[in-house]
Design a protein around this ligand. Sequence first.
Ligand code: ZN
Length: 424
Amino acid sequence: MHFSIYFTLNLFFYCASFDYAELLLNYGNCLYDVSTDIFCCVPAANNPSLCLHFRPALLREQHYQYLKKGLRHLSDAYECLDASRPWLCFWILHSLELLEEPIPTTVASDVCQFLSRCQSPTGGFAGGPGQHAHLAPTYAAVNALCIIGSEEAYNIIDREKLLDFLWSVKQPDGSFVMHVGGEVDVRSAYCAASVASLTNILTPRLFEDTISWILRCQNWEGGLSGVPGLEAHGGYTFCGTAALVILGKEHMLDLKALLRWVVSRQMRFEGGFQGRCNKLVDGCYSFWQAGLLPLLHRALFKEGALSRQRWMFEQQALQEYILLCCQNPTGGLLDKPGKSRDFYHTCYCLSGLSVAQHFWNLDLHHERVLSREENRLAPTHPVYNICPEKVAQALQHFHRLPVPSGDRASDPHPAAAAAADPQS
Ligand SMILES: [Zn+2]
């Protein structure tokens, strides 16, 4: 992308003022030499006529090359993520599946072997070999293995010990700590519910009181905070809501307050989402916030006449923000113009782009791919954020196996199977 686009958008972001944007548009004639860049980086929902002849493209090949290289080699800049290595596997593998790029068998097997070395002898997965088990890399590792979806991948997960690990981080009030001796927040409830439901170790007793604890995280704003009593935040709101969907209790949230909060987070000028009130737009919230809309649509659909063709956010404007403002011309996606690309933002920008392209509800499926058919990504499952067929395949595999027995585990949770189906 051209420097002037970055420069202009930075001005927009720093000024964060609609008046300023209008000023620039009014002065378009004076800025003639850069006007194409200015106008075409402005989402067309604000000014459709200006983008009539501009057809934004997903830089598929560049993203593929960036991702492929990242599976084998990471630069020094990633040293700080040494305790998040299963996340890197998940971010890259999920981005590749959204791009419908197959993973070579040998690479998939190498990833499996690496993740097996991250599995803790006490159950769950750590951020790297020899480190302590933690719920976040456990979620990432299980998702990565389900994306690979081979017998080798499934067999790596020690389900008995995974259940032991989940019990070791469960708290008496229903919450979970991220690791033994670690912090509590609603991410942990989602990570635990996600891996437990995918691998068929979810029991009602394991999640006793978890529902009421998550419900206490919804605050007066309508969104959810990390722990009860704090500010609503997109990432925590997704985690809490998705966990309740898995547990079959999302209807216990104030869904209309949540809907009002999340749709107000889509920036009227940029088209992307902010994570919290009064924050700047950020590409990763394309999934954490927009990903809530499929969950809400499913929950509210029973109550009234909702659209059968589109989510309750401006899908075109989000696609424009991602395609025009979040792509690095040499591959990879980013938070906002001026920021560096990274695998996290690549994964969540592409995941959000997929949500904006595909409407699913019950037996309905409706696509809205901006600009050109080549921009189309594969659909993603709104609860697990891996492709729906990989969710179905994992459930089919693990539901053939018994729920591990033990003092604390009991019957499988019937809601898990329902949450696993994005069309149900
Ligand atoms: Zn971000």
